[in-house]
Design a protein around this ligand. Structure first.
Ligand code: URA
Length: 430
């Protein structure tokens, strides 16, 4: 078999066989297939697509490219949630402490920031002392003791995704349904949970901008997991504006803690409670939204979050004292160029602005700055006056402030008519 022939076949619109897909994944992970050939194949897939069978085979080959975690030594039902990527998305930090109050556990493997979207691991590492690389024994022990733990995709977990993902990120081949589905589902299979809920983001800040594409992705991911004997469901949620108000690593941890205290923004709170209820329902645990809200009002979910931080080496005092988290003192506001109502926000541009401030990586080898980010002061439907601040940017000496100002200014559409923001929950795909 030759990689050249496989690229040519896909370029010409043919279906790849299971053996060909296996050959590509094994060859790329081992280094036998160079980046340029893999990049050419990814672009051919981007243009010609893959059918469900090919996507399933790609997912299985990727999942099996490394170690697959067996969670059976942890007693009880193990659940997982996965977002397809957005701006200001800190739902994991709220959903896990909520659901684990109801007799389920979560051994979660999360990723770092990608393109204009932030990553759970980068965010939680802003807590001083926090460790996200744990041995399997320690990981399992924390899940047993606290109810959940979060580790990064290190070592030998889905090495195929790690390598292919990095290549997609730099070759404009991220936003393809089959490639996204295989990337996400391979990690979910390797992470070993019994039931998974997907938060499929739709809108200007998501990888997929239309509801139709997001639905296709949701259905495909659910189908692949069902075929593999897992329970799965998806919530389509709005990403046509940032979720909550905070974008940036340390800032998002603070907003998640505020939400666990019952003082979070309404869109974030509503989404987290909804995802939690749908995830519990998926494994046969029927609870009302009121019961889930009680986990917040009683302080139990916050306490669980504090125990999780402490168990993974983080300082749990950050919960009461945000000054223990890294923060930038230097603030720059971006002001409205006219009066009116915010009718749309190009959320991807807000994500890119946070990256150029230093909250994300422009190149693989960049390090992130946990202190910087954006506080969104005006959301869709809000009225604004000329020169009123739209966002507050927390910047550092390395931030490209001028570029961020330009991006934010262009990201906001201000009109004369009042705009109605889209509901945070768009649809549930069973
Ligand atoms: N998240 C992933 O893990 N992979 C993708 O391809 C897109 C979002």
């Amino acid at each position: 078999m030759r990689m050249y022939d496989i690229i040519k076949r896909k370029r010409d619109g043919f279906e790849l066989t299971e053996e060909e897909i296996q050959f590509v994944v094994n060859g790329y992970v081992s280094g036998a297939i160079p980046d340029y050939q893999m990049a050419a194949l990814l672009m051919a897939i981007f243009f010609k697509g893959m059918n469900q069978r090919e996507t399933f085979d790609l997912t299985m080959s990727m999942a099996r490219s490394g170690e697959m975690i067996d969670l059976s030594p942890i007693e009880g039902i193990k659940v997982d949630k996965h977002s397809t990527g957005g701006v200001g998305d800190k739902t994991t930090f709220v959903v896990l402490p909520l659901v684990t109050g109801f007799d389920v556990k979560s051994a979660k493997m999360s990723g770092r920031g990608l393109g204009h979207t932030g990553g759970t691991i980068d965010k939680i590492e802003s807590v001083p002392g926090m460790r996200t690389e744990l041995s399997q024994d320690e990981f399992f022990e924390i899940v047993r003791k606290v109810g959940f733990a979060i580790i990064s995709q290190t070592g030998n977990l889905v090495p195929a995704d790690k390598k292919i993902y990095a290549l997609r990120d730099t070759t404009a081949t991220v936003d393809n349904i089959s490639l996204i589905a295989s990337s996400i589902v391979s990690k979910k299979l390797a992470a070993g949970a019994d039931a998974i809920i997907f938060d499929v983001k739709v809108g200007s800040g998501a990888f997929l901008k239309s509801v139709d594409e997001a639905k296709q992705l949701a259905k495909l991911m659910i189908e692949i997991l069902r075929k593999s004997g897992k329970l799965a469901r998806a919530v389509l949620s709005d990403m046509s504006q940032p979720l909550g108000k905070m974008v940036g690593n340390s800032l998002e941890v603070i907003e998640a803690i505020e939400t666990l205290k019952g003082k979070g923004p309404s869109d974030l709170t509503k989404l987290c409670v909804h995802i939690s209820r749908k995830l519990l329902d998926l494994v046969g645990i029927v609870v009302s939204e009121e019961e889930i809200y009680k986990e917040i009002s009683s302080g139990k979910a916050l306490e669980r979050f504090a125990r999780f931080l402490e168990a993974q080496g983080g300082n749990p005092k950050v919960i009461e004292d945000y000054s223990l988290l890294p923060a930038s003192e230097k603030i720059v506001e971006v002001k409205a160029s006219r009066s009116g109502y915010v009718s749309a926000i190009d959320t991807e541009a807000v994500g890119v602005a946070s990256v150029v401030l230093g909250a994300g990586r422009s190149k693989k080898e960049d390090s992130i700055d946990p202190r910087v980010g954006i506080e969104v002061l005006k959301k869709v439907g809000d009225s604004v006056h000329l020169n009123e601040p739209l966002v507050r940017m927390y910047v550092s000496e390395k931030s490209d402030v001028q570029l961020a100002i330009r991006l934010i200014t262009h990201a906001y559409t201000i009109s004369d008519e009042i705009a109605k923001p889209r509901e945070i929950i768009i649809e549930v795909i069973e």
